[in-house]
Design a protein around this ligand. Structure first.
Ligand code: 6PG
Length: 252
């Protein structure tokens, strides 16, 4: 299979090998970057797929391979709930590894889901601009993303006005109950990253992965609109999520 566009597709047998491949990839990237610069900016995804990856960050050999004091953590999106809510993407990361690797508090750039969504998006944008310097679109070193069965990524859902946002770095997303309102990074930010890494696992993702990878994204899924202009794009899949792809070489 020749992936469309300048990106790299890696298929691993299962979620454990996928998570270990992602952890190794990310740790090496952080090490290379920090040797040249004093800090690394990583955007974390929510959802269930990255949970094992995050747990690996807190375990050997990955934990001690990174100087976490130089890693700044951001989020691709957040549900509009308090930071200790089980639905919070911050809680997912905190419980899985942040409470263990314990980067300095100033390295944690969470989205304040406890605030009113528009205010939370504004606060997050201010934080991002303060970190990168005002006046230019931020260049995150690494953006981790997942993909929903409907082709959403972060909280950019199909046909949502948030997908069309080209100026603001973060926007509120109103969803119908019982779905929680959200705050999400916008496509200009995601597509300005140095490296975007998608993780997708499970047979429920096979259809959308195929449509994005091999059919040219006919429904223009938001996940298929993430193609960093000057950056790298990698998709790491387990065997099930790659089940509808043709000619993909199985990774180790
Ligand atoms: C979220 C995520 C969302 C997620 C996808 C995939 O807040 O839920 O940002 O975009 O990455 O829905 O979720 P799974 O990993 O659970 O399939």
């Amino acid at each position: 299979m020749t992936p469309r566009g300048p990106h790299d597709v890696r298929v691993l047998p299962d979620i454990e090998s996928l998570s270990r491949a992602a952890a190794g990839f990310i740790v090496s990237y952080i090490q290379r970057t920090i040797s040249a610069r004093v800090r690394f900016s990583m955007v974390l995804s929510g959802g269930s797929t990255p949970k094992r990856l995050y747990e690996l960050f807190a375990s050997s050999p990955y934990r001690d391979a990174v100087d976490w004091t130089k890693v700044h953590l951001f989020w691709a999106d957040e549900r509009c709930v308090p930071p200790d809510d089980p639905e919070s993407n911050y809680t997912l990361a905190f419980d899985a590894f942040l409470n263990s690797v314990a980067p300095p508090s100033q390295n944690i750039h969470r989205i304040h889901g406890e605030e009113e969504p528009t205010a939370a998006a504004g606060l997050y944008e201010e934080d991002i601009r303060a970190f990168f310097g005002a006046g230019r679109t931020p260049v995150f070193d690494l953006v981790l993303l997942g993909a929903g069965e409907d082709g959403h990524t972060a909280s950019l859902f199909p046909n949502s006005p948030a997908v069309l946002e080209r100026t603001r770095l973060a926007v509120p997303v109103d969803l119908d109950p019982p779905n929680l309102n959200r705050v999400t990074l916008t496509l200009p930010v995601l597509n300005n990253a140095s490296h975007v890494l998608f993780l997708a696992a499970g047979r429920r993702k096979a259809g959308v992965v195929h449509e994005i990878m091999e059919d040219g994204n006919p429904k223009r899924y938001p996940a298929g609109l993430v193609k960093p202009g000057d950056g790298e794009l990698t998709w790491m899949l387990d065997r099930e999520a790659a089940g509808a792809l043709t000619g993909v070489v199985m990774g180790k």
